[in-house]
Design a protein around this ligand. Structure first.
Ligand SMILES: O=C(O)c1ccccc1N[C@@H]1O[C@H](COP(=O)(O)O)[C@@H](O)[C@H]1O
Length: 235
């Protein structure tokens, strides 16, 4: 839902003219190739055992090896042991870590690889715009703040959230990038981009035919919708 409060930031707030796109939860080489061919800026690999998109180190390393230059690789965790994160860093060499659980700011910043902190907008303690902004401020060393819906299972649920909750998230130059996530799909992402001007969008369920199985046509439609929204908000 887009509200006047959320819209107030406007496209100029971030100075961004080309919304970055991350396609997350890839499990198959052909899906990775489809995401890259469609123009994704980054792909995401999940290391959360309860997720149907979770990969072994070996599977992830094989996918990583297919990623061409200038496409980023993000490794996604939920309350991981530091040892797992370190193993992923050494084996998969991600460009970014993405933490979706209750990891502390110190834990997130304790690795040589930079990180994105995900917030479940609407969760207890993150249920108002002021609470969400306060939570973000504690993670000032993140490269990005990602906003997802509050759902059982920590993420990848395909459900959205009330984006009015983002109204007080700092958008000044130098603050972590605002990454919009949670139930995005080709039919809705354009409106969200025009309203909120996120630095990036992150999608998983919205480009799938089943959990972990990406649909090339949905990926292409999603990318087209993002580019059309970028064009619509160009000065
Ligand atoms: O993809 C998963 O299985 C997952 C598991 C645990 C935490 C996050 C997960 N995915 C991330 O959730 C958001 C929203 O996804 P969706 O588009 O609503 O399906 C996204 O950042 C995924 O990377």
């Amino acid at each position: 839902m887009n509200t006047p409060a959320a819209t107030a930031a406007g496209p100029e707030a971030s100075g961004v003219r080309r919304t970055r796109v991350k396609i997350c939860g890839l499990t198959r080489p052909q899906d990775l190739d489809a995401a890259v061919a469609a123009g994704a800026d980054a792909i995401g690999l999940v290391f959360y055992p309860p997720s149907r998109r979770c990969l072994t180190l070996e599977q992830a390393a094989a996918l990583r090896a297919r990623v061409p230059a200038f496409v980023g690789v993000t490794a996604l965790f939920v309350n991981p042991e530091a040892r797992l994160v370190q193993q992923v860093i050494e084996t998969v060499r991600p460009d970014l870590l993405q933490f979706h659980g209750e990891e502390t700011p110190g834990f997130c910043a304790g690795f040589e690889t930079r990180h994105v902190k995900a917030f479940r907008a609407g969760a207890p303690g993150l249920a108002t715009a002021a609470e969400l902004a306060r939570a973000c401020a504690a993670y000032g060393r993140a490269a990005g703040w990602l906003f997802d819906s509050y759902s059982a299972g920590y993420g990848g649920s395909g459900s959205g959230f009330d984006t009015a909750l983002l109204a007080e998230v700092p958008r000044d130059a130098g603050t972590p990038a605002l990454i919009l996530s949670g139930g995005l799909k080709a039919e809705t992402v354009g409106g969200q981009i025009v309203a909120l001007a996120p630095f990036a969008v992150d999608v998983s369920s919205g480009v799938e035919s089943a959990p972990g199985i990406k649909d090339p046509e949905r990926i292409q439609a999603f990318m087209r919708a993002v580019r059309a929204a970028d064009a619509a908000r160009a000065p």
